[in-house]
Write a protein that binds this ligand. Sequence first.
Ligand code: GLP
Length: 240
Amino acid sequence: MKIIQVPDYEEMSKRAAEFLLKKIKQNPILTLGLATGSTPKGLYEQLILDRRKHGTSFQHVTTINLDEYIGLPASNPNSYHSFMTENLFRHLDIPLSNSYLPNGEAADLQKECARYESIIDEKGIDVQVLGIGQNGHIGFNEPGTSFNQTTHITTLAHSTRQVNARFFHSIEDVPKQAITMGIASIMKSSEILLLASGTKKAAAVHQLLSGEISEDFPASALHHHPHVTIIADDEALSIF
Ligand code: GLP
């Protein structure tokens, strides 16, 4: 694991954008695994800025997102479809047909999981961007998830619903389930870029860096991956 320490959120976002833009320059047909949440928002802003300033094209880039809530229409402002459209896709020139998210409204959700995993296998993710939950979740792989799971239906931990309630009217409105890439799906990526910012993430980052590997702390699976870079700010790295 390579750890890059930066002073703050802005620097984390800039370094992460530089990291991805370099990869895209080397390989314009890159497949990016993308994440939602407050963490990658600044990274997406930097990518948009780069396109505006330098005209960087993402025309041949494919994106595959980690997860989506079950039961929220894609048009709901809190769906991850909406998040990605608003915060990234509508500002770049990635063809819509090259961007994949799980369909949380599929009639047959099991079938949807299998379909999604086959997309991951077919495209192959070159770089997977990850945030980290306060309980160590990656994607929506909550503590206790088997490291062998591929894309699956997951029940969100109460603590995750509490944390994510800030985007909804109340916790009752936060969906109870989601479709998420599994740990095994994430581990198929050639390379992983994990971002962490703020004191709220310090305990999780500390636990991750302790090196202890356990299904009770999903992000610890990343110790089994040969090519992980963590960009974290001073606050996220404040527990030693
Ligand atoms: C969410 C997402 C994760 C994300 C994490 C942290 O529940 N499913 O992909 O990494 O929680 O979110 P944030 O970046 O807002 O702290």
